[in-house]
Design a protein around this ligand. Structure first.
Ligand code: FAD
Length: 380
């Protein structure tokens, strides 16, 4: 049901990766929900564009993400079935580097701890099985067959379609200007077009979150990222059937990539690309020659059959926390306000479950999901 009197059960600020999921999960509980998005649904202004996002069970960042990823997979499958959209492509995933590297050893630790099926391959075995890859001889790789990629713009559309079907109202091209807590324990949200009251609120404004949450000023920090799509010279080696998504730890840094999908090139990026923190309102969205050089040099060394002419370059923002872990919590002085932020370049795969968590937090102030690691209080 949509509200007729300008008052809602819950207002969601930002209808990107996380906000679209929260809007859906709130609406499916029968609540009056309003989602407000300053750009389009979906858009290429924040963090959830660029055709593909890796999803993987092998989680080198920390094993505490594993219970969440299990639920995220289930919810993506459910959303696909419900909307009939193709959202999740299973290609398998490779996490590789020197044997003692964070990427390889962390992935192995999480697979062993949670009994996740996996294989360890030498560099030679990796190239024999997936000929696009060329790693130094002493490197090792962990292969996990459930890894793959999501199609982020389609995921947002699917969440909004499903939210609409449950009666949610979503308004694009309406920018939230500010909000305040009201004496009745609710919130008042002001936009460039009007004012709305609600009992609860979800803040999911990505790179802009510090604008609305003082506690996250200097904590959730936007960073410029660049993606490249290069035409493979041996295309059959970079097709989804023969080329798992990957994460590598190499002397040049931590890189990741995807098979050819929807753009005539294989896609790669470097975590924390050139370490440029930015103001989300004004930053250089245009990729330049140095961005391209950095990614091409890497591809030429580790994917020599993939480093043909450039097909596309794009920029995007990470929003990093000091420990690269997410923020999922209610605000200390406002228990009716839930925030999902600081996804530090690895959040999209969790969007489906984050939507469920944010709905729990906004409605009842707590969740059964294990989110202790993601509380605001860790920043003091
Ligand atoms: C290059 C790149 C590669 C990545 N690769 C992966 C990957 O492989 N796997 C993975 O899991 N994750 C990956 N990530 C991370 C993941 O994409 C992000 O964690 C995720 O998209 C964050 O979603 P979000 O909802 O927080 O932000 P967004 O999707 O940007 O949503 C925030 C929304 O809020 C809106 N908004 C902001 N201010 C206002 C306002 N005042 N009023 C109304 N609306 C507002 C914005 O317009 C935006 O639509 C990657 C990120 C980047 C940039």
């Amino acid at each position: 049901m949509s509200s007729t009197d300008g008052r809602y059960d819950v207002v969601v600020l930002g209808v990107g990766g996380m906000g679209s999921a929260a809007t859906y999960h709130l609406a499916r509980r029968g609540l009056d929900v309003l989602g407000l998005e300053r750009y389009d649904v979906p858009n290429a202004m924040g963090s959830s564009h660029g055709v593909t996002r890796i999803i993987r069970r092998a989680y080198y960042e920390h094993p505490s993400y594993i219970p969440l990823i299990e639920r995220a997979y289930d919810l993506w499958d459910e959303l696909e079935a419900r909307t009939g959209r193709d959202l999740l492509h299973r290609t398998g995933s490779i996490d590789a580097g020197p044997p003692d590297s964070d990427v390889f050893s962390g992935s192995r630790r999480s697979c062993e701890e949670y009994d996740i099926p996996h294989e360890v391959l030498t560099s030679g075995e990796l190239t024999e099985r997936f000929p696009g890859y060329r790693l130094p001889d002493e490197y090792v790789a962990l292969y996990q067959p459930d890894g793959g990629f999501l199609v982020p713009e389609q995921c947002i559309v699917a969440h909004v379609e499903a939210a609409h079907a449950e009666g949610a109202e979503v308004r694009a091209r309406e920018r939230v200007v500010d909000w305040e807590a009201t004496a009745d324990g609710g919130v008042c949200v002001r936009t460039d077009k009007g004012e709305y009251g609600a009992d609860g609120m979800v803040i999911a404004t990505g790179a802009w979150t510090a604008e609305f949450v003082d506690e996250l000023s200097g904590i959730a920090v936007p960073e410029r990222q660049v993606l490249a799509w290069l035409q493979p010279t041996a295309p059959d080696r970079f097709a989804p059937e023969s080329f798992p998504v990957w994460n590598f730890r190499v002397p040049e840094g931590r890189f990741y990539g995807f098979p050819v999908y929807d753009v005539p090139g294989f896609k790669l990026g470097k975590y924390h690309h050139r370490e440029e923190t930015v103001d989300p309102e004004s930053w250089n969205r245009e990729p330049d020659a140095e961005d391209e050089r950095l990614l091409r040099r890497f591809a030429e060394r580790y994917f020599p059959d993939g480093a043909g002419p450039t097909m596309r370059l794009a920029t995007c923002t990470f929003t990093n926390t000091p420990d690269n872990d997410f923020v999922l919590d209610t605000l200390p002085d406002h228990p009716q306000v839930a925030v999902g932020a600081g996804f530090s370049g690895h959040g999209f795969k969790f969007a489906s479950v984050v939507g469920e968590i944010l709905a729990d937090l906004a409605v009842v102030g707590e969740t059964d999901h294990p989110i202790e690691r993601f509380r605001l209080e860790r920043f003091g």
